[in-house]
Design a binder for this molecule. Structure first.
Ligand code: FAD
Length: 476
């Protein structure tokens, strides 16, 4: 098994500096704009989109003030205290060609713009820190074809990942990757997500998944700019601070004959070791996740997720099902079911990545938080990792994902019934160096900062957003 040492390289930042585990709600970067500027912008937007394309109704503003950050008790408290923000106006373009005019108007009025997909981002990165305009991209759903020769598919930013995957399957292809939030948008996954089903083979979404983007910068003369290849990569995972992605071309590959394999084990140790053995055997699942019995008990009811037992489940090439079954048996597990078809693949995806945490929190509201962890030590030293956030009610529970040549996942920690958010934050801070010492790289889901090469992204944003109006307040 792996040598345990310093934390591995993360696609996103590792929290070695405990100052950045949480975000501080300063006014740094807040654009100087007034209610009159917003009123003037509303008039401009109505001229571009018509009255139905613009809303200041409380319901619309409320919807644009919600996202997946409810998974973090720390961000939830900051949201409750108004530190994450509510928009002044929301607009809904119906054609990508309308976006440059929206942007020119926002630049003219100096009003901040936060671009929004389905709002499933869980770092609070889609909530407008200082108000202003929320640009809702969900009506931009055109698909512009799958090109089997180049192995790509092109779509407008509001198209859901599920729609794209279905479109590809209908043409005997599959996306390189999609997140467990299958209803999230292409623009949102590229802007705020990082990985998912397919990552075991293809890595994270900034590692070659994108072959072209159409960007709208925040400049006086904003127009759609088409960028290909290396020029397109820098815009991935930038939370919309470097330009709005209105259309993107991403990689597809010929469809494989997939099977969804569900296995159960007497212990998490057996399931985790079997997951390791699958990776070690160089089998290439599209997805492989494992959980101990307590998490399994929180997942949606399914006979293949056996109550009281640990689970290993994966999307496996039909030719490799026997090899996986042999590994399962050799670690004392048993195969519970083998299923096929896109519905089953998607269903299995929706209990991967952050979703087991989400189900735990649904079962016991207010009693769980999580930290994103990477490194093979999460298997090698599972028991020590789970012990880091021990409370009188018990240790943590690790949700395992097999990644691209490494293990990662979510360490779910218990929250004491009477524990304040301040006390919880102290415990999280104390846990980071402990995890690091175990050889685990930690990324905090309790902060809203740009977390992928922030210096590079800032330099890019200086050019594409010279007035600092794109999703401001995201810099450490
Ligand atoms: C339960 C749960 C499970 C999750 N599982 C995964 C997972 O498996 N993998 C993963 O990577 N993430 C996961 N996430 C995080 C999130 O769902 C993904 O990042 C998702 O793909 C975001 O898409 P969205 O359409 O909801 O974007 P939003 O949440 O609306 O936006 C996300 C970010 O992208 C920016 N943005 C949105 N659209 C654009 C655009 N067109 N141009 C530029 N910037 C834009 C926003 O400003 C924001 O900063 C999960 C979250 C939850 C709550």
């Amino acid at each position: 098994m792996s040598a345990v040492g310093s934390p591995p390289e993360l696609g996103v930042r590792v929290e070695t500096d405990v100052d950045h585990v949480f975000a501080t709600a300063t006014h740094d970067g807040c654009p100087d704009f007034t209610a009159d500027d917003v009123d003037a912008l509303v008039d401009d937007l109505i001229a571009v989109l018509g009255p139905r394309g613009v809303s200041q109704l409380p319901r619309a503003l409320g919807r644009a003030s919600r996202d997946g950050s409810g998974m973090s008790p720390v961000l939830s408290a900051q949201l409750a205290e108004g530190e994450l923000g509510t928009p002044d106006v929301v607009c809904y373009p119906r054609r990508v060609e309308e976006v440059p005019a929206i942007m020119r108007a926002a630049v003219r009025r100096g009003v901040p713009v936060t671009t929004r997909g389905k709002g499933t981002g869980n770092y609070g990165q889609v909530l407008p820190r200082f108000g202003g305009l929320v640009l809702d991209m969900t009506s931009l759903t055109g698909i512009h074809g799958l090109d089997a020769d180049s192995g790509t598919i092109t779509a407008d930013a509001g198209t859901t990942m599920l729609t794209l995957e279905q479109y590809a399957w209908d043409r005997d292809h599959q996306l390189w990757m999609y997140p467990s939030t299958v209803q999230s948008t292409l623009g949102g996954f590229l802007g705020g997500g990082s990985a998912g089903t397919g990552t075991i083979v293809h890595g994270r979404n900034h590692q070659g998944f994108v072959t072209a983007v159409d960007i709208v910068p925040a400049t006086e003369d904003a127009r759609i700019i088409h960028l290909e290849g290396e020029d397109a990569q820098p815009f991935v995972h930038t939370y919309g601070v470097a330009g709005i992605i209105v259309r993107a071309t991403v990689r597809v590959e010929p469809l494989q004959d997939w099977r969804c394999v569900y296995a159960s084990f007497g212990s998490a140790r057996g399931a985790f070791d079997a997951a390791w053995a699958v990776l070690d055997a160089r089998l290439q699942p599209r997805l492989m996740s494992a959980d101990g019995a307590e998490i399994v008990d929180a997942l949606p009811s399914d006979p293949a997720l056996v109550r009281g037992r640990a689970s290993l489940r994966g999307i496996i090439d039909a030719d490799e099902v026997e090899d996986v079954a042999a590994i399962v048996a050799s670690y004392g597990g048993q195969v519970e079911d083998v299923r096929e078809g896109i519905t089953q693949s998607v269903r299995l995806s929706t209990i991967s990545y952050n979703h087991p945490t989400w189900w735990l929190q649904k079962k016991q509201p207010g009693r769980w938080f999580h930290m994103e962890c990477q490194g093979n030590a999460v298997v090698d030293r599972l028991e020590e990792v789970e012990a880091v956030f021990t409370t009188p009610d018990g240790g943590g529970l690790f949700h395992l994902e097999v990644g691209n040549n490494m293990m990662f996942g979510m360490l779910n920690g218990r929250i004491d019934e009477n524990e304040s958010v301040a006390e919880l934050k102290d415990r999280i801070l104390a846990g980071v160096p402990e995890l690091t010492a175990l050889g685990v790289g930690v990324h905090s889901p309790h902060q809203w900062y740009i977390d992928l090469e922030p210096e590079r992204v800032r330099a890019l944003a200086d050019t594409s957003d010279p007035h600092g109006i794109l999703n401001p307040g995201r810099w450490m």
